[in-house]
Design a protein around this ligand. Structure first.
Ligand code: TDO
Length: 181
């Protein structure tokens, strides 16, 4: 696997080695020791999966305080634009974001450490998204930031009229009202 540092410290792009033959392909999707050596000692405790159709935008999500989560995300069907927003107040990239296209074809993975908000937009007809998290789901402290907040200025490649968001995400607070880390 190739571990590539992104422009935001702590956010990684991971490219698995894919072995193709006449049967199809094989790849190692997660290797704890290797992950630890490159990225750090993250103990994942839960795997999640969601399916969404074109234009679905989930995010920007985070869990507050001690329930914050690191996420290792990937796409097993379709194509998405995945985005991580730095909420770490002492970080030189506080308020900045990094985005990457993840797809069934490129099989890239994206690691988002604790202290970030995360979201993704589906670019294919359908996408199945799967991810590991290192902390328990805690609905009492889950929070969203508005996907089109001007301060963050994410360049989403689908027109707003075509987006489908949950009511909670549509009315999410702005970045200036978020809880930072
Ligand atoms: C995230 C989550 C949701 N749920 C339930 C709550 C709810 O009834 C249903 C759908 O939840 P949501 O609308 O929050 O699902 P969704 O919008 O897909 O939320 C996810 O979005 C992406 C961008 C992330 O980064 C994730 O951490 C998570 O916040 O699933 C769980 O039971 N466990 C979980 O870990």
């Amino acid at each position: 696997m190739n571990y590539i540092q992104t422009e935001i410290d702590g956010v990684w792009l991971i490219e698995p080695k894919v072995f193709r033959d006449e049967r199809g392909y094989f790849m190692e999707a997660f290797k704890e020791e290797e992950f630890k050596a490159h990225v750090g000692d993250v103990h994942f405790i839960q795997d999640n999966e969601s399916k969404s159709s074109f234009g679905v935008l989930r995010g920007l999500h985070y869990q507050k305080g001690e329930y914050c989560q690191a996420k290792l995300v990937r796409v097993i069907k379709g194509r998405v634009l995945d985005v991580a927003v730095d909420l770490r107040q002492s970080s030189p990239t506080f308020g900045k974001y990094v985005s990457v296209e993840l797809s069934e074809e490129n099989k890239r993975q994206f690691f988002i450490p604790r202290g970030f908000a995360h979201g993704f937009l589906v670019l294919s007809d359908e996408a199945i998204f799967t991810y590991k998290v290192d902390n328990a789901y805690a609905p009492q402290v889950e929070a969203s930031i508005r996907f089109n907040d001007d301060t963050i200025g994410i360049d989403w490649p689908v027109a707003e009229e075509r987006l489908l968001l949950s009511p909670k995400d549509k009315d999410a607070p702005l970045f200036r009202d978020a809880e930072y880390f």
